[in-house]
Design a protein around this ligand. Structure first.
Ligand SMILES: [Zn+2]
Length: 237
């Protein structure tokens, strides 16, 4: 990207390159979601909480009013929506909110109204909690944090379980014949080693992680020279 300078010339802009693209969104979906739809980490969810009033014709006005009261309590602190349309059933709205990956849903029916409470339902575990109205804000905060952490550590554990440390080439080659996942091995930094590994195993370097100490790097998985990097190898599918 270039721009016109004051003196009429052309210059390049200073740009960051985060590589944030559809690929990253794909990874987000694949990492956290389930068969009911998206599961979004609260920090990335555009809507954190959806309120769904559960009403019949005879109590419609009161219950919707109660739900709006909850909405007004929460709207300054959270990204919250209310779904009070009369076209679809509560069950339909629950399923829609799950499909959209909204981290928390609040169900508010006539019984909740008379008990001055709300039912909070987690998207990640489906767990339901009945909470007195005056504790709703604190509980939402706590749950959003817990959902965020749980999703993160579950993903981290999965990655660790699927990352294998291999330091001899025969094992490395055998692994990629049948194995799935990541392999951490030393690499001397020579592109020729990388190319030959790719030709023989179809595995390529995915990332060179920061912050590894020298002992961890060992020697190049292919040529045996001192490794400059600890590389993460995987096959693309
Ligand atoms: Zn090498």
């Amino acid at each position: 990207v270039t721009f016109q300078t004051r003196d009429g010339g052309l210059d390049y802009v200073w740009a960051t390159s985060w590589g944030v693209s559809t690929r990253l969104i794909g990874a987000l979906i694949m990492t956290h979601s389930d068969d009911r739809g998206l599961v979004l980490p609260p920090k990335l969810a555009s809507t954190e909480v959806v309120i769904i009033p559960i009403f019949k014709n005879k109590n419609k006005t009161e219950v919707i009013g109660y739900a709006h009261g909850l909405f007004d309590r929460l709207k300054s602190e959270f990204s919250v929506e209310i779904n009070d349309d009369e076209q679809n059933s509560p069950g339909w709205k629950f399923a829609e909110a799950e499909l959209q990956g909204i981290p928390l849903r609040i169900e508010a029916g006539p019984r909740d109204m008379s008990n001055k409470q709300a039912v909070l339902v987690r998207r990640d575990t489906g767990e339901k909690l009945t909470v007195p109205v005056q504790e709703v804000e604190a509980k939402i905060k706590e749950l959003l944090e817990d959902i965020q952490n749980r999703l993160f550590y579950r993903a981290l554990t999965f990655r660790k379980q699927n990352t294998h440390q291999i330091n001899d080439y025969n094992t490395f080659r055998d692994f990629f014949k049948t194995g799935e996942g990541f392999v951490e091995s030393g690499w001397c930094g020579n592109p020729e080693c990388e190319t030959r590994i790719k030709n023989e195993t179809k595995a390529t370097i995915r990332v060179l992680p920061f912050g590894r100490n020298e002992d961890e790097k060992g020697s190049c998985i292919f040529c045996g020279e001192k490794a400059k990097e600890l590389a993460v190898f995987a096959k693309a599918y």
